[in-house]
Design a protein around this ligand. Structure first.
Ligand code: ZN
Length: 442
């Protein structure tokens, strides 16, 4: 059976979620008998921060999302989770009698409004766990003190350029049981967090087997996860990351739900005495078998072994990254031997050579369709100059109009926008325009 919010969930399939987007969901949920909505306070700019409670059982869970305003994936996940919990509750005594689950969706609505990490004071709330100078951070710490959760889910998004170990795959989900002291001690609650993480990994591994990583556990006292772990909650950080061809991170969205549900099922089984000490110990130890989250070894696109022909000919790979997750701008990140680098998209250019491309001056109104764009590229034209009103881009690609021309177009320049052509003999075979790879058919 579907819950009352199910018709609204597809609206959360988007790259970013703002305060405005989740109000209809919270409002709809507030009429449900199994749900209580509490107003916990306002953000610095006066946006409401709500807590949604499901259930009335003895096992207490607290989850919060979007402490960083531009990390919206798990905000969709927690509504998916509530949808499933409500649907299961209909007609049966489900998790509601075993758990009390409190969820704060979007702890940083001001940052979400601007699509930035920080809050309206330009403070990173996740470095305010000690100083407590943000209203949003204070709300979270007060909730932890009042609710004393057994398990705390700290839900974030990470850079798309984290790799799962060194296997060439993106880290679509990364877990951490944060340390609560410099010695990285393991007390009962951290052990439970590690056990639950292993259980969650087992549940999501069939879906994304090579894309689950473990985050670095260096103690960070200013961070909420570490502070809350020190208060005796089994604290679990989940970082949602990239997957190939998944710009809105819907795979990570789903994996958060699969993971959290499996954690609840395990806790329920444990409560009912169905889990042995030995199984718990084995799960706890297997936490360390999760490959490490390797930072900055992925990029959006890697062009492999491109030839640069000239007085000094050479061969080099090129990696291209986005300036920021929500930006449409891409830049040249590295050139050379990129053996350790993997691309979310890879292109073999070993039979191709670099071609900077020509500029065409617009003299008359020009309409670009995908087909006509391909023809321009095949003729070596990569940029246009002229009056803006003379260019009508109806293609799916970005267009370069009146860009500054590099001083030396024969080589690529680091940190500069990524656009060039690739040819075989005299035939143009592919183009990179603003970081986007375009393959040209013969
Ligand atoms: Zn974050």
């Amino acid at each position: 059976m579907a819950s009352v919010i199910r018709p609204l969930l597809s609206q959360l399939n988007r790259s970013h979620i703002r305060h405005f987007d989740i109000q209809p969901l919270i409002e709809t949920l507030s009429h449900e008998q199994a749900i209580h909505v509490y107003h916990e306070g306002n953000s610095f700019e006066g946006r409401s921060i709500k807590r949604i409670r499901f259930g009335h059982g003895p096992i207490t869970i607290l989850a919060w999302t979007q402490m960083h305003g531009n990390e919206a994936t798990a905000t969709a996940s927690v509504f998916d989770l509530l949808d499933i919990l409500l649907a299961n509750e209909q007609g049966t005594e489900g998790f509601g009698s075993l758990f009390t689950i409190d969820i704060v969706p979007m702890l940083n609505p001001d940052g979400a409004e601007r699509c930035i990490r920080h809050n309206a004071q330009a403070i990173d709330i996740n470095r305010d766990a000690m100083a407590q100078q943000t209203l949003e951070g204070r709300i979270l710490l007060r909730l932890v003190d009042e609710l004393s959760p057994k398990v705390a889910f700290n839900l974030h998004d990470q850079s798309p350029y984290y790799q799962c170990g060194t296997n060439g795959n993106p880290s679509t989900i990364a877990f951490l049981a944060p340390a609560f002291d410099v010695d990285k001690s393991i007390d009962e609650s951290r052990a439970l967090a590690m056990t639950l993480i292993s259980k969650m990994r087992q549940a999501i591994a069939p879906h994304i087997p090579e894309c689950i990583a473990r985050y670095d556990d260096t103690f960070s006292p200013r961070s909420f996860g570490d502070r809350i772990a020190g208060k005796g909650a089994a604290t679990i950080l989940i970082e949602s990351g990239a997957a190939r061809n998944d710009p809105n991170r819907q795979i990570a969205r789903k994996m958060n739900v699969v993971g959290m549900l499996s954690a609840l099922e395990f806790l329920a089984a444990k409560e009912n005495g169905e889990v042995s000490e030995k199984e718990c110990d084995q799960l706890k130890d297997s936490y360390w078998e999760i490959p490490e989250n390797t930072s900055e070894t992925l990029s959006s696109l890697v062009i492999r072994d491109l030839h640069f022909v000239g007085q000094h000919s050479y061969k080099a790979s090129v990696s291209i990254k986005q300036t920021a997750r929500y930006s449409n701008a891409f830049f040249i990140d590295a050139v050379g031997d990129l053996g350790v680098q993997a691309g979310l998209e890879e292109f073999d250019a070993s039979e191709l050579s670099f071609e900077p491309g020509k500029v065409h001056t617009l003299q008359a109104p020009t309409i670009l369709t995908n087909d006509s764009y391909h023809e321009w590229l095949k003729q070596g034209v990569i940029q246009f100059q002229g009056e803006i009103h003379n260019m009508d881009n109806q293609s799916d690609y970005p267009v370069l109009l009146n860009q500054p021309i590099p001083a030396d177009p024969r080589a690529l320049i680091l940190q500069q926008p990524a656009y060039f052509l690739m040819k075989k003999g005299s035939q143009i075979k592919a183009a990179v325009i603003n970081g986007r790879l375009i393959r040209l058919e013969d």
